[in-house]
Design a protein around this ligand. Sequence first.
Ligand code: CTP
Ligand code: ZN
Length: 150
Amino acid sequence: MSKEQLVRKIKEGTVLDHVEQGRALQVLQALNIDGKNGNIVTVAMNVSSKKLRKKDIIKIENRFLKPEETNRIALIAPRATVNLIRDYQVFEKRKVEIPDTFVNVFKCPNPTCISNSNEPVSYIIDAVRKNPPLLRCRYCGRLLSPNELI
Ligand code: CTP
Ligand code: ZN
């Protein structure tokens, strides 16, 4: 079965392609996409690919995700390609980039961090270095590797 038969082309919206295998649900969570707005969201996991051995694909119909939104997934799916589609054609293709700050994307793994108390604060994680990525919790100052957050 070809890729086209497995997941059909969309008329309008955003396709997140080359998402690391098995990470699609984490990507949707980071984007706060839960399907409740009624638009079609198609998720394909563990699809064969030429570039990666296997990949996940997410198709979000009738929404054009902005770089500020898709950059939220830069640690989860660093090799993702963002394709914006109109009238069945890809009119913009871009990669994801690590933002200076992640707000409410990851919880701080430090159990004694104020952001994990009952205080109603946001989770704020700053990128202190982007290549290779190194992060730091704004509240407790703990240095964090991507593996501790994903
Ligand atoms: N796509 C889609 N609907 C369309 C057009 C494209 O769902 N109307 C999807 C394709 O299935 C693919 C992604 O958007 O998963 C990118 O499409 P395209 O640029 O045509 O594919 P490739 O050239 O293979 O992309 P890349 O070089 O980024 O791998
Ligand atoms: Zn912390």
